[in-house]
Design a binder for this molecule. Sequence first.
Ligand code: PLP
Length: 415
Amino acid sequence: MTEPITTYKTSGNIEIIRADFPILSRKVNGKPLIYFDNGATSQKPKSVIDALDNYYSNQNANIHRGVHTLSQEITLDYENARTTIQKLLNAAYSHEIIFTKGTTDGINLVATSFGKRYVGLGDEIIVSAMEHHSNILPWQQLCDEKGAILKVIPINDAGELQLEEFKKLVNSKTKMVAISHVSNTLGTINPIKEIIKLAHAKNVPVLVDGAQAVPHTIVDVQELDCDFYCFSGHKLFGPTGIGILYGKEKWLNAMPPYQVGGGTIKTVSFEKTEYADPPLKFEAGTPHIAGAIGLAAAIDYVNAIGLNTIASYEYELLTYATEALQKIDGLKIIGTAKQKASVISFIVDGLHPFDIGTILDQLGIAVRTGHHCTQPLMARYGISGTVRVSFAFYNTKYEIDEFIEGLQRAIKMLK
Ligand code: PLP
């Protein structure tokens, strides 16, 4: 992503950072855990666990509705969490930040709500060949319902978007471009700023699936000029069940509510309901209050290290692991884009990814195997699955050495 560095500027000692993550000191199958499945979900620092504990131990109350002290205190914390996320994404207003269940929920919200108002018969939605199912199915379903057409930006063999093809796809019928910032399977960092510029030149809004980007790089939604940006708290060292949808104010004002109920209204009568302004219009029912508090704690933690520092360190891990993997006979890396985040997918001649993953697990090494919720991408490469390793800032070169040794052992056993 950026130029490599050799140590963390904060502590100079990664062991100090690792000690903040209780799970990293546990054993799996009698071996110290080596956790390389950060793309699926990341581990949680003590400060996040403590924030959740503190919420349920000392702060528990419902938000926005109570005059009593507990309710007022937690309402303030919940809204402060929104501001923390606004700052993380550099959104213009805190009301552009909607709390969701996660990336999938955010994309469904936009596909349903935006789709209801703006998509009709014969319209087109553009996604890419490398999308996660969560950024395909909501659009596919919308197209089925409305008689619209799903178009797909192709990729080259390295796993990079073919921008010339994209330019040909965008036209006056296009209603939305929905694209991942970073591919969860290939690690490709997409040129989303350029894509947004090209789409906007044809007056087409862009939704960015940032699930794999936010934990690894600085995201500035105003600089990108994206219309929507989604991510999941649990991949950003926060709790599960909480996520974020950023939406430009003009769209959030224009879109109908996704789900309706308590919290979304200004006034209700049996004849007519007046809905609240964003963000409350999109947050029906009691939200995941603890999740919002925990996510803010996770962001504070990440900010204390610095996303630039994280990106540089992870680039070092990516380069180190890629070089080591390339030396293994019969191993092929799937996804060799010039711009990559710390995700590596690979296959080994004649071996099933599942078998490799199972042996690595016996050695305490957690990797992901399978299609990674990207079956169309697997079809593009003519494979059924890969082994995927995905790194976070608490991983080390020592762990990569152990993984490479374990992988070589697994290959020997299986061949
Ligand atoms: N998009 C991408 C690129 C992902 O990697 C993932 C999860 O792996 C998702 C969407 C879905 O995220 P969630 O399950 O947190 O909603």
